[in-house]
Structure formats: structure tokens, C-alpha cells
Design a protein around this ligand. Sequence first.
Ligand code: MIG
Length: 766
Amino acid sequence: MWPYQNTGAHYHMEIEILGNVQRFKLQDSILIVKTAEAEARVYIYSPTVIRVNISKKHSDTDNSFAVIREAVDDFEFDESADAIEINTPALKLSINKSPLRFNFFSVDGKPLSEDDSRFGTNWQGERVITYRKLYADEKFIGLGEKAGNLNRRGTSYTNWNTDAVDYNNKSDPLYKTFPFFIGMHSGLTYGLFLDNTHKSYFDFGATTDNEMSWFGADGGYMNYYFFGAQGVAKIIEDYTWLTGRMEMPPLWSLGYQQCRWSYMSAKEVLKIAKTFRQKKIPADVMYCDIDYMEGFKIFTWNKTTFANPEAMMDKLKTMGFHLVTIVDPGIKIEEGYKEYDEGIANDYFAKYPDGENYTGYVWPGRCHFPDFFRDEVREWWGAAFTPLTDVGVDGFWNDMNEPAAWGQNVPWMVKFGDKYMPEIRNAYGMQMARATYDGTRKILNNQRPFVLTRAAYAGTQRYSAVWTGDNTGTDEHMLLGQRLVNSLGITGMSFTGVDIGGFSGNPTPELMVRWNSLGVYTPMFRNHAIQGSKMREPWEWGKANEQIIKKDIEQRYKLLPYIYSAFYQSTQTGLPISRTLAIYFTFDEKIYLERFQNQFMFGDALLVAPVESDKLTTDVYLPKGDWYRLSTDEKLKGGKIVTVASPLTDLPVFVKAGSIIPMQSVTQSSAAKSDGILQLHIWNGKEANEFVYYEDDGSSYDYEQGAYYKRTITFDPKRKTVTLSAVEGSFQSKYHQINLELHGFTGDLKKRIFDLDGGIMEIKIG
Ligand code: MIG
């Protein structure tokens, strides 16, 4: 029937293309459709989320690392001669019977995404691919941490978590796997999440003469969730509804973080921390990279250079610092080393088929690798953090978890849980982060751990922040890093960062200054560098540059109330902190142009234009609307390209007219005593606007019991009022007054300082 069937398949494997529907039935709210070669199962998750699962042979174990929701248990469809039709209030799936094809439409019948009618879903051996029709004006965004342009049209990608040391703007794959993208065409949007941890492929019209896009994996099921909501933000909301959202991070982790491979002794860590305080450069976090350990053995301290970690931690705490320590998965093979002995005794390591433990070579030497796919192993790992937590460490940096051993390749025959490496590699880092998060959360007893991971799979936002691995100290990498952060945000990863300054190489002083100014507007603001590179701390760049960097870091601390509220918003809606303009200006062609594609919104109000360190004047595209330059209050009309000054002292940052930004006075750490005044900034605009202000103790889980402080702040230009709704929640704000700062208004306020109380407050501003 198919002319392609016997014509020399590439791997001498026959191509099996989904043929005609033979029969179908509804069983337990799952529509099961059979053809000669396969069966498809269709599930409804919500009016805008439908799942299609196609397999040659379905098994009833249906495990996902990513998905935390279940299908609804009510399902209706209509049948016609040619098709089975599923209509939800928001989406229509038309299942073509001969041959079996899946075509999605908006409720009013406009095509959102359709199978290529010729090839649909097919197999070559175990490799399963779905070919889709490509629309003339179709653009694609997503896949998380992927190099290249914002618009992924014309490119193809592979997901295979890799220690991508020295990557560049063409490298693929990198460290993480997020098989979720958003397609946009004809004024319509849709999303698609291929929940499959095998090596997977996405081709956005790169190889098919602009006729088809395609995606698939080396094994497993063609298992995708289709999102039909209109609007990129809505699709992100649905995707994070399905795969989970981050929880409130510890406030301290939003402060400035100073890292290096490595600060070599407790003395050095303390010296750096002290220098921040002496120079009055705000900071919250110090890091210990691998050299704090004894022979790189995880969960140990070096007996000479970190002889008394408790004393070090006490001093750090007195100075208002938190410490994050690195952990790698590789457990050194050495009798007498606790984790090795326990892992052997309890059989916790990944195995060869003959039952021997897999051995790879990493920093400690020969290592075994915990099998994080088993509950008991994750529990053991999570409980092993006490040598760190007992002395007061509350941040845990998970590195090398692609997993990376020297030489990279873990043999395909190595078994994790009941699966072999090719099937689960992409989820290993996520399971390590999960074990770390669950375990340390338990140990820390109601305090929030901070977890940071390099490798990840869809859903990792529930456990951990991520950083983009080993970048390089160049302008190009600064801009690429911003795109990675923006793209990670599309796939639920809101808490993200890059190595400010670049991991490899030595940035110029100008780049270091510029990159720090961009770090202010990065969800995680962390400075990190490779061993052997020049020191990177803010005072290493000359007096004048130190002052600029200091001011930038101070700006970060002023913005913390705004940033913390943006994180709260992300816990509620999945919207990231750093938002590609494609979220708001989806069908504005200009935002996809290479020279503007790095621009992003930081929270609801700020548009940030990253710019190279040697460009002191730059073009910025301001989308429709009115904008103000943050530093000068200069008003600019949007919907056009503007040329603006971009000196190293003033990164181009713009405020959307009508915005509300709560700020605070500079403090030296996020926990330092506040002056008690919330600086409430409002920029004039024509339209009413709202901001949800959120605060809690910043460190515990008491907010889950209602110990938070939340109020909606409204600016109404017609009525000329600023209103604070009554306080929700039982937490006492650390601010007892607001200082109203108006921008772009005429006339002066008679009174600017207002005492805060819990009731509705209405302030007349004109
Ligand atoms: O083989 O721990 O990406 O941030 O400093 C290198 C040393 C291992 C790679 C991480 C980097 C970290 C480094 N690690």
C-alpha cells in the first residue's frame, strides 16, 4: 500500500507508516484506536490539553517523570464516515480514519497543527517520528536550553543530555532536555510536548523543503500532549499546570551569588565574603566548588583546607552569607568511604547486565553512579547531606549529572532502575535533583533548600534551578546566554542563570561590567569562573568598574520586592521571570529579528535590551505602547526602533507605561534589617494596571499554611488613584510605610509617605 515500504530504508529497517483505522473503542475515558501496525490512545486532560499516545504495542505501565496531572474521566466524541471528532470547549481534534492521522483545530475550525497526510507517524525499527504539515508563516519557539535563534524555524535539534564544555551558538545538544515547543502561525498558537526520555529529535522545517516539521525519538512511544490555548502565556500556563511549577525560592538565593572553581580554603571563602562586607557590595551567597571535598569524595570536607567547616559557616552566617556546595553523582570506589560502602552493601549503583556496578572515571577517580531511578536510592542520597546541612549549608549544586564521566559515553547496556541508559539518560540529572531536593527539604526541617542542577528534563522546575553550564567570556556568549534563559522560561524553568563573566576564558573589564549589569535582570545572579582564570569578584576590575558593578548589584537589591513577587507569580501561573518578547508580542515580526531577539521582559514591567560591551549606542525595538527609560524617565513611543545610549553605566532598560514596581532601600544582604519603607514606583500610563505584591518570611514553608502577605496594587489613571487591596495572609510585612514615587506625572504629591495598615488603602495622586 505504501510505495515507501520496501525501498531501502536508511538503516535497512522497514518503514512502517500508520495505516487505516480498523476499530476503536472508548475504555475508561480513553479512546483506543487500532490499525494493523499500531494503536493510538487519546486522553483529554483539560479543555485545552489533549494527549495522543501511539505505540506498536501498548503496555499499561504509564510512567512519566514530567507529568503530574491525570486525564479527566469523561470523554465524548462524534463519528463520521471519515473521522472521529473530539470537541472540547476550546479545541477540536479530528482523527482521520484512512489513514490514521491527527489534526488539531481551534474551536472555530481553523487548523492549528495537522499531521502530514502522507507520512503522519511512522517507525524505522524502534525509532518513531511524527511528520506535521508546516504552515507558510509558521514560527517556533521552545525546547528550553538550545543554542541558535529565538525563532527555531529552519533548524533541527537533538535531545541527549551532554556535558557540552566549550559549547557555542551552533552546539547541539547541550545539557538539558525539554521536548516542548510552541508553534505560531496565522495568528494562532499551539504547543506540543513530546514526553519521551529517549534521545529525541525536533526538526522545524530544516530538512524538508519547508513542507514539514517533524519530531520523534529513538524508542518508546509517540507520546505527546497537545496544547490548544490561544496565547503563548496561556500555553505556558497549561504546560506548567501539566508538569508542575516551581515553589517559592529562598529569598537569599535571589541575592548576588559569588562562585568560583574553586575558592580553595575556608580562609579564602571567608576573605572573599568579608571583602563584600568591607566594600559594602551587597551579596548573599558564597559557593564551594569541588575542592572543598576530601579527594573529591561527595559529602566530605577537606581535612586540611576546610578543617573546621562549622566555624567557617558560623562566620559566614554572622556576615549574612549562605553557602552552596557542589555535589557530583560519581561516588569514589574506595573502601571505608561511607557512601561507597553503603552503596555497595545496599546495591544502590547503576549496573552492567551481568550485575557488576558500572564504573566511570571522574574527578575522584574510578566511580560508581547512584541509580537515582529507584526510590530507595533517592532516599539514601537525600539523607546523605547531613555533613553539609549539619554545619549550616542550605544550597546544593548538582553538577556532572548528564551524567558526565570522562569520555562522556555511558555504555548503552548500563541499567538504571529497570531501564537501560538510552531510555533514561535524559532524565538522570532530573532524578538527581529530585533526590537532592526531597532529601534536603526533609533534613532542613521547614527551611527551603536551594537546589541548582546542570542536567534536566521537563518538570525539573519542581525541584531545582538550572544554569547553562560552561559558557565563555565573550559578548556573543552573553547574548546567547540571555536567549537560553529566555527559552528555558518558555519550558517552565523560571529560576535560571548563566555564569556571569563566562566560565571559560577571561572577559574584558568592559564585558564583565556589562554582564553584571545584565545579571541584575537574570533570575539567578551568579558570578562563576573556571579554575586558572583571573579572579572575577567585583573589585578585580579597577576602582571605577568596581563602582559600576557595585551600583548594579545595589540595583538588584532595590528590586528584590519586585523580583520576589515575580517569582510568586511564576509559582501561580508558570510565567517565567525573564520573558522573551514572543510571550507578549507573538505576531510582531520585529522581535524575532536577530538584532532584537535577545530583548526580554523582566517581570511584568521591565523591558531589557542586552547589548555588547563595546556598543555604547544601540538600536532597541520597543513594541507597541509607551515606554520610559528606567534610568532617566525619558518617555519613548513604542512600535518602532529607537537608537539609545548604552554606556557601561546604563544598560538599556525600559518601563512599560502604567507599571507598578515595588522596591526597597539597598541592604547588604536579603536578610539584613530593612528601613521598613517599601518604595512604590509608578510610571504614568493611559490604562489601569495591577500588580500582585507578595511577601513572606523568605525562608520557610510557613507560607503553605497561610503565613504570607499579599495585596493587589492598582493604578487607575482615570480616577487618579493608587489602591492597595486589603492584606491577604497572616504574615507581617517587613515594611511599615510606603513611599510613593511617581514617574511621568505632572504636579507634585503633597504627601508621599503613608503608613501601611492591613485594610484597603486608596491614595489620590492628582
Ligand atoms: O569538569 O566542578 O559546569 O561550573 O565549576 C568540570 C568544576 C566540572 C563543571 C561545571 C562548572 C564547575 C566544574 N564542573
